[in-house]
Structure formats: C-alpha cells, structure tokens
Design a protein around this ligand. Structure first.
Ligand code: SAM
Length: 281
C-alpha cells in the first residue's frame, strides 16, 4: 500500500538538489547526437501546482525553490541560470512561480527525436495524473514497479542509458532493493549513467544503499549531498538530500559545486553542500 504523494513535498530543497543534478547530467549527455534511453523508475505525477491543497499543507517549497526564484536577478552561475530559465518555461506566466516541475517534466523537456523515455509509477492516482500531462509521444508512461520495469528493459535499446531512481523509501527494504537493481543495471549497461536519490535521516538507513554499492565492485560512484542543517541529537526528519551519480559526466562535480555555492546561502545559515567520490575509478 503506497501512501507517499510527492505533492506534499514538491519544490523542497531536495527537489532542487535532485533536479539540478539531473539537469546538469542531461545537458552534458545532449552534447552528443547518439540516442539516449532515459528511464525514470519513480516518476510521480509530473507537474505540481504550488497552490494545490497538498503542497500548501507543508509549504516545503518555501525552504527550496522559493528563495531561489526570488533571487532571480542575483544568480551568476551559468548552470543555475540555465536551469532557472527552463523552470520559468514551466510557469503559466514567466513573472510568477505557480508550478514546480517533477522529473518527468525535466526529462521530457530535453527529449530529442532519437531519444526515448520510460516513466514508471506504481501509485494508481499518481499514474493517472501523470497520464494527463502533455508529454512528447516518445515519453512512455507505465503503471508498474519501476525497479522490475527497469531490469526488464535491459540491455537498453540505444547505446546510451540514463536512469533516475527516486523512490519514496516508505519501506526500509527499498534501500537494499535499489542497491540490487543498480548492480544488475550496471552489469547489463556498464557505461550507463545512473542517478540515485536518497534522504539523509538521523536513523541513517541510506548507509545500507551506500555500503552495498561500495562492496559491489561498481566503480565511479560520485556522491553529492545538500544539507539544510546538521544531524544533531535533537534533529528529526530529513536534514539533507543525497544523490549518487554512477559514471558521472566529466566536470559535473565542479559545475554543481559552483551552483551550490550560490544556493546554500539562500537556504539558511546552517545549509551546506559536500561532494566526493564514494567509489573512485
Ligand atoms: N521522481 C519524482 C520527481 O522527481 O518529480 C518524484 C518521485 S516520488 C519521490 C516517489 C514516487 O514513486 C511516488 O510517486 C510513489 O508513488 C512512486 N513509487 C513508489 N514505489 C514505486 C515502485 N516500486 N515503482 C514505481 N513507482 C513507485
């Protein structure tokens, strides 16, 4: 039984971290003409009106996309400005932030004729909403389990593969299931670019994912973390957002570090960014 709905969290700091990283990866992949197969294993509903009842309940976007949007004129970083320009194109009017686009939108936005995108979603209501989104014809929406679906698609039909794995981690077992799926994926597509999002929670369950991947033999696993605050004894709830990028494009670390240097001061005095090779070459 799935209860998580991303609308409650749309546009939060973790979304900014995740979608900016995704955007930077895609932008790099698009430099070559060769076809790309994109897979989004946990797609959500696609586009989130910020005035929706669910989003208004927690208003997490106020600690995420909102301060960045307001800092419209002060952003010097090239990656960040390009990302914001795309974000602006998702709005009903360029002057106001009314919607926050989810991963299906970021992925389909850059889809070229030769590329293919598959969006898996297991929640019937979320899948139904995703089905109403106006996406390009070669963006395929599948109602089903994204991890099993990804495995069934391998080896990928095109030479290049880019996968986003962004579960809700409602079950602790998901950390292990994600690790197993990633190992399988890299066995079938050694050069595939795989992005995995994970929450930083005081309980530290994400170490199951990280340690399994470290022991798997997979090389080139880059880790990027955006922290809103430190995990102290009083900390509760998600204090940071983590991303692993396997086979990251060259220069991704520096591009994101520069963008994050502009973002973190906007997210509060305790916010900070860190990145390193979780497993090197
Ligand atoms: N990737 C989305 C984005 O960036 O906009 C957000 C995804 S949200 C964190 C996780 C989504 O995964 C939820 O919509 C949930 O219903 C869905 N989900 C949970 N388990 C799933 C599974 N096994 N396969 C596919 N989707 C699943």
């Amino acid at each position: 039984m799935l209860s998580y709905q991303h609308a409650y969290h749309a546009g939060n700091f973790a979304d900014v971290h995740k979608h900016l990283t995704l955007y930077a990866v895609i932008e790099h992949l698009l430099r070559k003409k060769t076809a790309i197969t994109y897979v989004d294993t946990h797609a959500g509903r696609g586009l989130y009106p910020l005035n929706a009842q669910e989003t208004q309940r927690l208003q997490e976007y106020r600690e995420g996309i909102w301060p960045l949007w307001q800092a419209h004129t002060g952003l010097n970083d090239t990656l960040l400005s390009a990302w914001k320009a795309v974000l602006t194109s998702a709005q009903s009017s360029p002057a106001s932030l009314t919607h926050y686009p989810g991963s299906p939108w970021w992925l389909s936005h850059s889809l070229r004729e030769q590329d293919r995108l598959t969006l898996f979603e297991l929640h019937p209501g979320e899948h139904e909403q995703l089905s109403t989104q106006g996406l390009p014809p070669h963006a395929k929406r599948v109602f089903g389990d994204g991890l099993a679906g990804l495995k069934a698609m391998l080896p990928a039909p095109s030479p290049r593969l880019c996968v986003l794995i962004d579960p809700s981690y409602e079950r602790k077992a998901e950390y292990q299931e994600v690790a197993d799926t990633v190992v399988y994926t890299l066995e079938k597509a050694r050069h595939g670019v795989v992005l995995i999002w994970y929450p930083l929670l005081p309980v530290g369950h994400h170490y199951t994912l990280l340690s399994n991947l470290a022991e798997s033999g997979i090389r080139k696993i880059w880790r990027s973390e955006l922290l809103l605050r430190e995990s102290g004894e009083q900390a509760h709830g998600m204090f940071g957002s983590g991303m692993l990028v396997i086979n990251p494009p060259w220069g991704l670390d520096n591009r994101l570090a520069a963008a994050m240097a502009e973002i973190t001061p906007l997210l509060g005095a305790d916010s900070r960014y860190q990145s390193d090779w979780w497993v090197g070459e």
